[in-house]
Design a protein around this ligand. Structure first.
Ligand code: GLU
Length: 495
């Protein structure tokens, strides 16, 4: 056992995104699982940029991928020396020609029009698209095509089956008769994904290829390429799809898909990592909240599910609110400033008080904006100061000793008296509640008679945080000022 461990090869995994725009949240899960699997056994996790499809290349996406992984704490071991496929064109060409020499590949000069016509016919006849094999035995040599257009195709076996054991999907089998003579080198001299991926995985010493299962159908072609080169085939683990709750493919229609969209909405990296780790994997005890360290300790491909994983944004929101609650006010302020700028936070002391009261209700950092506004006073109609339940009771009992407005004014003035006697130091939610509730509870028609007008006086809104919370945040001076304004408004109604 010891000897086995001692001599066993170090695990090396990789993440090989194509720089075609913003990194998709599903891609991040692939990166995370590859990282966890390698790091769990002290192995290496490498990054490779697959940018050989120049038509789909989006400028800036490489920097973006690196930044996203860094933000999430999924750091590649080769971060100073990332493999970039477009810088290795000679190497792929050399390998394609090697396969030509060994008879495992051939030159194909079929025109685009001919191939398109074939594909159209196959589609009509409901057959899968497949190359007709015209050049397979034609023996075209490189000298014959110098200066002209050609591609290089690999020679797939014509019959039989290929079987392999996938670490997630177990035994997988494909019929060669259904597999195409795949192009490995395109007419522009660029390799296709298949050739580049196999050459690079071999050169990087990748032992385990962990990727999404959209690549499962390519795997038999890759295994054949390994065999043609005489290289050791790595192990494969294909991760199931991520679906939306309605079981359709996760797309823009379901909300954010790019990792930076999530960042900008105010999701914390801790929450994203925790959430993505549980998309298709679970811990032994089915724990929900898990730190990066805990996940790393427990991760195993044995518990990666075969079936599709469902992306439940409500769960992510719940996790995010958990991680927000765990942060101190100062930590949250720093994050808010970094994300939305200093102006978004405004006065720091006020912002800290807002967070103190409101962070329990925040699901995302962006909720801070609405939270902050909920403590602002807005213009309001004087009638809003009257507690509606109170109005009804007045009418029922025909109790007209005071007008409703008068009664509100009296109550606010009593509140004012109580507040004036509370020191600035004691002006906090708990103390304010202690001092004001006995007065509110004394009212004949319930505490709402005091609490409603007070809350409206402080916020001007039909819905807002409670009066004690608002006063805690805005402080003594501002609270008294707002109550005074309400009294003035009532005065002008009462005449
Ligand atoms: N470049 C492929 C992608 O964008 C990688 C496939 C693989 O991991 O082999 O997903």
């Amino acid at each position: 056992m010891f000897l086995n461990l001692f001599f066993s090869k170090k695990i090396i995994t990789r993440f090989a995104p194509s720089p075609t725009g913003e990194l998709h949240i599903g891609g991040v899960r692939t990166a995370l699982f590859s990282y966890l699997f390698a790091k769990k056994s002290n192995g290496k996790f490498l990054l490779r940029i697959e940018d050989t499809d120049r038509e789909r290349y989006v400028k800036g996406s490489v920097e973006h991928i690196i930044e996203a992984l860094d933000w999430l704490g999924i750091e590649p071991d080769n971060h100073k020396n990332i493999m970039i496929q477009s810088q290795r064109l000679d190497i792929y060409k050399k390998h394609a020609e090697k396969l030509l020499e060994s008879g495992n590949a051939y030159i194909c000069v079929c025109s685009k029009e001919k191939l398109a016509a074939d594909r159209e016919k196959q589609a009509k006849e409901k057959h899968p698209p497949k190359y007709g094999g015209y050049c397979r035995e034609a023996g075209i040599k490189l000298e014959d095509v110098s200066g002209g257009e050609y591609v290089i195709r690999m020679k797939m076996p014509l019959s039989g089956k290929i079987k392999f054991n996938d670490l997630v999907r177990n035994d997988v089998e494909f019929n060669f008769s259904l597999l195409d003579d795949q192009v490995i080198l395109k007419s522009d001299g660029y390799p296709t994904y298949h050739l580049a991926s196999v050459v690079d995985d071999h050169e990087m010493g990748i032992t385990h290829i962990i990727r999404s299962d959209e690549w499962l159908a390519s795997t038999p072609k890759h295994i054949v390429l390994y065999q043609m080169f005489g290289w050791k085939t790595p192990l494969f683990a294909h991760l199931s799809m991520i679906l939306a709750p309605d079981k359709s493919k996760l797309s823009k229609r379901h909300g954010a898909t790019g990792i930076f969209e999530y960042k900008n909405l105010g999701y914390l990296p801790e929450a994203i990592v925790n959430f993505l780790a549980l998309l298709g994997w679970h811990s032994k005890e089915d724990k929900e909240i898990m730190s990066f360290k805990e996940i790393l300790k427990e991760f195993s491909l044995n518990r990666v599910q075969k079936g599709a994983a469902i992306f439940d944004i409500k769960k992510l929101d719940w996790m995010n609110s958990h991680y927000i609650k765990e942060k101190s006010g100062n930590e949250l302020l720093m994050l808010l400033e970094k994300l939305y700028g200093k102006e978004s936070v405004g006065d720091k002391n006020l912002a800290l008080k807002i967070l103190d009261i409101g962070k329990m209700r925040m699901e995302k950092l962006e909720d801070f904006k609405i939270l902050k506004e909920s403590f602002d006073l807005v213009n309001y109609d004087t009638k809003l100061l009257i507690f509606q339940k109170n109005k009804k009771l007045f009418k029922d009992k025909n109790w007209l000793k005071y007008s409703l407005e008068e009664s509100v004014k009296r109550n606010l003035s009593e509140v004012n008296n109580i507040l004036r006697n509370i020191s600035v130091q004691n002006f906090n939610k708990v103390f304010l509640e202690q001092k004001l509730m006995p007065f509110a509870d004394k009212q004949s028609y319930g505490r709402g008679e005091v609490l409603w007008p007070l809350r409206v006086a402080l916020s001007g809104k039909e819905k807002s945080p409670g009066p004690f919370e608002i006063m805690h945040v805005i402080g003594k001076e501002e609270s008294l000022k707002r109550i005074e304004m309400a009294s003035e408004k009532l005065k002008s109604v009462l005449g």
